[in-house]
Ligand binder design. Structure first.
Ligand code: PGA
Length: 249
């Protein structure tokens, strides 16, 4: 099994002044067995990478274009993120799938671009409340997994984040049984397609992970860490989540 991972997704939050939250994350030294990534808005990637100095925390982007360069006003390529100091990039977050009409095919192309640039892609998927209530969760995430992951996915270049849309930013969290069911199905889906790599591809849970529920979530089988939104913005919330993962090992 690979190392466990906590990734923070700042979304469209954060200016220069917030880099102090990173400097306050002395926690990295206290969690030597856990990988830590922060994905700030693109404007901060370079400065954050610099601010982290020698701290064992990686920086990630929140999206990338599928092409390397060209006439795509406002977009950023995986190469550019790499050049700015990023090691990871989130692709296919449900907010981008909704706001920017991103399809599984587009997400797969972005993940391929990330791999080509040498970045680890954090590929997000998850069902809506309507799909959950209709009993379609495993079908939906199975389809997303099959269509959003490129053939070249390996344990080192790919992380999958299960994020039920209804749990994002809502304070609602699936039961441990529900998380275990989906993560078990995702692991089986990975095993079918990626054989030897499947166990090493990390499966993160995301959606309202907080200091008070992190330990319970990290105890669930096939949960290799978390993708954290709101609670990644303040070091006082993020640090205890990282500590909970370290203590679960
Ligand atoms: P949340 O967001 O932790 O604020 O629910 C998670 C995410 O969208 O990655």
């Amino acid at each position: 099994m690979g190392r466990k991972l906590v990734a923070g997704n700042w979304k469209m939050n954060g200016t220069n002044a917030d880099l102090k939250e990173i400097e306050a994350l002395g926690i990295a030294w206290a969690a030597p067995r856990v990988d830590i990534v922060i994905c700030p808005p693109a404007t901060l990637v370079s400065r954050m990478a610099f601010a982290l100095g020698g701290q064992p925390i990686r920086v990630g982007g929140q999206d990338c274009h599928a092409e390397e360069s060209g006439a795509h006003t406002g977009d950023i390529s995986a190469e550019m993120l790499k050049d700015a100091g990023a090691r990871y990039v989130i692709v296919g977050h449900s907010e981008r799938r909704a706001d920017h009409h991103e399809t599984d095919e587009m997400v797969r192309a972005k993940a391929e671009a990330a791999h080509k640039a040498g970045l680890t892609a954090i590929i997000c998927l998850g069902e809506s409340l309507e799909q959950r209530e209709a009993g379609e969760t495993l079908d939906v995430v199975g389809r997303q997994l099959a269509a959003s992951l490129p053939d070249g996915a390996t344990a080192s270049n790919t992380v999958v984040a299960y994020e039920p849309i209804w749990a994002i930013g809502t304070g609602k969290v699936p039961s441990v049984e529900q998380i275990a069911e989906v993560h078990g199905a995702l692991r089986a889906g990975l095993a079918e397609r990626f054989a030897g790599e499947a166990d090493g591809i990390r499966l993160l849970y995301g959606g309202s992970v907080k200091p008070d529920n992190a330990a319970e979530i990290f105890g669930v089988e096939n949960v290799d860490g978390a993708l954290v939104g709101g609670a990644s913005l303040k070091s006082t919330d993020f640090s205890p989540i990282v500590s909970a993962l370290e203590s679960s090992l």
